[in-house]
Every structure is written in C-alpha cells, then in structure tokens.
Design a binder for this molecule. Structure first.
Ligand code: SF4
Length: 351
C-alpha cells in the first residue's frame, strides 16, 4: 500500500487553457448548438467530452463547418488559411489561440520575412506545430527534438533561426539548441526560449517529485504534448513514470514496493481527474504538496469574444453602438471565475 502522494505545484491548467475553456463556455452559453470548434479546444479527453455533451462539434477541417455557424479556433493556434476560412464562412469566429503560441507565430513570420531559414523544433502532426509551420511554410523546416537536425543544410548558414513548440521538454530543446549553435555559429534564436512558463514550471515540479518519489503519475491525454514531456522528464531522472488519463488507467502493479507516489498533471488536465487519480492511489498517510514556484499568469478573453459581447450588451441596452462608459460588462469579472468552475457548470447542465 502507498504511504504518501506527493502532489506537484504548479500542475494542471495553465493560463492559455483557462482562457480557452472559459471562452468556449461563453460560446456554448451565447449560441444555439451546435457550436463548432476547429480542433480539440485543448488536448484532454475529459474536457472535450464535457463540451461535446454541451453541444460543441469538434472538426479537423473548416469544410465540415456550415456557413453562418459560430466557430471557435483552438488554443494550439491555427494556420492563416484556417483562420481566414473561419472568418469568411462563420457568422462569428473567436480565436482562442494562446498568446504565447501567437508570439511564436510572429517570430516565425518576422524571421522568414528577413530571409532566414527557420528550424522549428516540434512534433510532427501536433496541432501547434502544424499551425506554426503554416505561417511561413516556404521558410520553415520542422525538426523532431528526438531526431535532431539530421541533414538540414541551409542555403546560407549565416541566416538560420531556431524556434520551438511551446511544450517541448527543456532537455530536448537544449540538446537541439546545442547542436544548432555548434553547426551555425551565427544562429538566431529568441533571448528566452519559446518554451512557455507553464511548460518549464511543470517540468521543474515533476523533477522535484522524481527526486523524492518511487513512481510518478502524470495525468493527461495521449495527444497532450506537454503531458508526454512531463513523462519523459520524470523518466530522464531515473524514476518509473506513467501517463494516466484518469483513475481507470491506474495499475496497482506499478506500486509494488513503492511507498511514495508523485502525482502531477499536464497543462490541459482538469483537477477533477487529478483528484480521482489520487483517490485511486489511496495513500494511507495522505497527500503532501511539493511546490517549486507560484504562478499568477492570466490571459484575458479573446478580443473577438470581447467585441461580440460588448456589441450584444450595447444592443440590449438600446442600440447605442457601444456600452455605456464606466458601466461594467460581463467580461470585466473574468478573473473572478476559472475553467474548473466553467466545466462544473457545463457538467451540471448535462454537459
Ligand atoms: S501550455 Fe503554454 S503555450 Fe500552451 S496554452 Fe498553456 S500557456 Fe499557452
């Protein structure tokens, strides 16, 4: 029997996921079903399931969306072509891309416009990588972090830039950075890596868990890049680590001879799944938090959602065209609720 669960802090929802889940919850409240979402809003099966039951239809192509529908684009970021198609065919289009992904899109575009060949370190087929490469496909080469640069040969070795998917393992990024820096001494790369604060903080926390635990469990879905990175980081510390979707995927055989089990969660995994996994582990001496830092990041709702709700409010208040100056709008209270509450609300409505 397990003595103690060590619970990582920070873990679970990041500011980008918070923003995206709350924005899609607004869409569900504002529009008759179906609301369409291009790609999974975040890569978590439980979250996607709640939205499906609330009337959201997830699609992988804009051709699946009827003209005049309400459409949301996912947190991972979309290609310029998809964003344009969504804007042209939908009645309302809200882009819930995380601002930290948008920052990488801007970096890719700027370097490509300046004539750089861009090495983008990311996972083939991942939604974020697909959307980012599509910003400047003629100038970008996608490199898997596990494979390294291989036979990448730029036309001008003095004009090479290195950018990355936000959710890579830090050690994977550092390995490609070292290889690229040695092959291209004039390499351009961002002063701070593109790996986001949530990725690096959760990896620091899982490293701290791995130093104290006999086994580490990472709650999150298979297609969640940062979840998979947490598993790889824990294993790189020499500790057995397993990804679990929820309590049903916990295997008691993993705990044979283990006294301390570490638990963390990827940035798209809801706290309800974490609590259920801890209940399945059933530590006899309870749970102790291992905190490596505090997070206070907050991303406001997408601008299109703000604009839509303000226009709606103005229409309700008498069609004056903009809301009364100084009068609070619904989104002014956005910090007062969180994605966990949004999901609970949807679930209680039968979602
Ligand atoms: S993991 Fe990072 S980049 Fe991705 S949504 Fe969260 S904050 Fe944004």
């Amino acid at each position: 029997m397990v003595d103690t669960v060590l619970l990582a802090e920070p873990r679970g929802f990041c500011a980008g996921v918070e923003m995206a889940i709350k924005a899609l919850t607004w869409m569900v409240g504002l529009f008759e079903p179906p609301v369409y979402c291009y790609h999974e809003i975040v890569h978590n099966a439980a979250v996607v399931g709640i939205f499906r039951r609330a009337g959201v239809v997830f699609v992988d192509s804009m051709t699946e969306v009827p003209a005049g529908a309400a459409v949301m684009l996912s947190a991972h970021g979309s290609s310029p072509e998809v964003a344009l198609a969504a804007a042209n065919t939908s009645a309302v289009m809200i882009d819930a891309v995380c601002p930290l992904v948008t920052k990488v899109h801007h970096e890719v575009k700027r370097r490509a416009d300046e004539g750089y060949e861009v090495i983008y370190v990311g996972h083939v087929g991942h939604d974020e990588a697909v959307g980012t490469v599509a910003v400047a496909p003629h100038a970008v080469t996608l490199v898997d972090p596990a494979a390294g640069l291989g036979d990448f040969t730029p036309a001008d070795p003095s004009r090479v830039a290195l950018l990355a998917q936000t959710t890579l393992g830090v050690f994977e990024w550092q390995s490609v950075l070292a290889e690229a820096s040695s092959r291209f001494p004039e390499l351009w790369t961002a002063r701070r890596s593109d790996l986001c604060y949530a990725t690096t903080n959760r990896q620091r926390a899982v490293t701290a868990l791995a130093e104290q635990a006999d086994v580490v469990l990472v709650v999150g879905s298979e297609n969640s890049s940062n979840t998979q990175a947490l598993v790889r980081v824990a294993r790189s510390c020499g500790v057995p680590a397993h990804r679990v979707e929820g309590p049903e995927s916990v295997d008691p055989a993993w705990f044979a001879g283990a006294r301390v089990v570490g638990v963390t969660a990827g940035a798209s995994a809801p706290d309800a799944s974490v609590r259920a996994v801890i209940a399945a582990v059933a530590p006899r001496h309870g749970v102790r938090t291992v905190q490596v830092t505090e997070e206070g990041e907050y991303f406001p709702p997408p601008p299109q959602l703000r604009g839509f709700i303000e226009a709606l409010q103005a229409a309700v208040e008498g069609g004056v065209g903009c809301r009364t100056p100084g009068r609070p709008g619904p989104l002014d209270e956005d910090r007062a609720w969180d994605a966990t509450r949004a999901l609970d609300l949807l679930a209680s409505m039968g979602g």
